[in-house]
Design a binder for this molecule. Structure first.
Ligand code: T3D
Length: 264
């Protein structure tokens, strides 16, 4: 196993529980943690003793998406960030690793899942969601477009019109609303969330090899060419990342003020 950065992996009963661990930033994703998480998933794929996965977050949040404080991705010294590269090289491999892992993955959504954090939750096979948790697409609030599979998976899960609304408005989707949208496998009281997700994963871990094959089949026949969809997200993020509005979005988030977008 590779040494995990800002996440933990605990294995019991053939279930690997992966916990994102950067709670002071709501488990926001740095370049290091994205690389390291992808490596952990590769290890999990190879380890025959692991037959199901639970993905959760430490502290109050599930994951707030891209770390807006990460100098490797968003340098503060005037250097332009390369958003195409970030998405193509860091997010897309992670999302593909989750979707193509031939073992069931259960997201235990313990708190807010925003931006890429929401995309990652959507890329899991099941979502156990705390009644106090929420989702928000977030990207547009900093002048970006949806990535991490969000523009590909969300319309397929909630329909085109609702996906457009959720991504263009980025309103808060509370747990009950998420359930009505069909995003939730089980709504669970916060204190019972992890245990219930792990018990569910343990049952899946005792299932046949065909579970992994069903996942592969569904991905091909239900999702089609995900890799091409993710590649297009990277290209579009490259364009959005060049805009003045994105720079304003980041500056506003860091200054804890509402952004003023010029539309350019
Ligand atoms: O190249 C690329 O970057 C492209 C890839 C893009 C992928 C993406 O995910 S883009 C979207 C990035 N994520 C966001 O824009 C979400 C930003 N965060 C928020 O909108 C809000 O924090 C939440 C809706 C997630 C939660 O709101 P709230 O009011 O419950 O909490 P808060 O007070 O805003 O945040 C709590 C703390 O977490 C706070 O720190 P502090 O003030 O207590 O020291 C906040 O700064 C920190 N935090 C939240 N999100 C992030 C973060 N720190 C770094 N990066 C974050 N994404």
């Amino acid at each position: 196993m590779s040494e995990p950065i800002d996440h933990r992996i605990d294995v019991a009963d053939a279930v690997a529980t992966i916990t994102l661990e950067r709670p002071s930033t709501y488990n926001a994703l740095t370049a290091d943690v994205l690389r390291s998480l992808a490596a952990t998933l590769r290890d999990v794929a190879r380890d025959a003793a692991i037959r199901a996965v639970v993905l959760t977050g430490a502290g109050k949040a599930f994951c707030a998406g891209q770390a807006l404080d990460d100098p490797q991705t968003l340098p503060q010294n005037g250097t332009k960030p390369d958003m195409y590269r970030t998405v193509a090289e860091r997010y897309n491999p992670l999302v593909l690793a989750l979707l193509s892992l031939e073992k069931p993955v259960v997201a235990a959504v313990n708190g807010v899942a925003a931006g890429a954090g929401m995309g990652i939750a959507l890329a899991c096979d099941f979502r156990f969601v705390a009644t106090t948790a929420s989702f928000t697409t977030a990207f547009v609030k900093i002048g970006l477009v949806p990535d991490s599979g969000t523009s590909y998976l969300l319309p397929r899960m909630v329909g085109y019109a609702k996906a457009l609304e959720l991504t263009m408005l980025s309103e808060k989707i509370d747990a009950a609303h998420a359930e009505r949208l069909g995003l939730v496998t089980r709504l669970v009281e916060p204190d019972a969330l992890l245990a219930q997700a792990q018990a569910f994963a343990k049952t899946l871990a005792q299932g046949p090899r065909s579970l992994g094959l069903i996942k592969r089949q569904m991905m091909r026949n239900g999702l089609g060419d995900v890799a091409a969809g993710l590649q297009y997200e990277a290209e579009m993020q490259g364009v959005a990342g060049e805009t003045a509005d994105f720079r304003e979005g980041i500056d506003a988030f860091r200054a804890k003020r509402p952004p003023v977008f010029a539309g350019e």
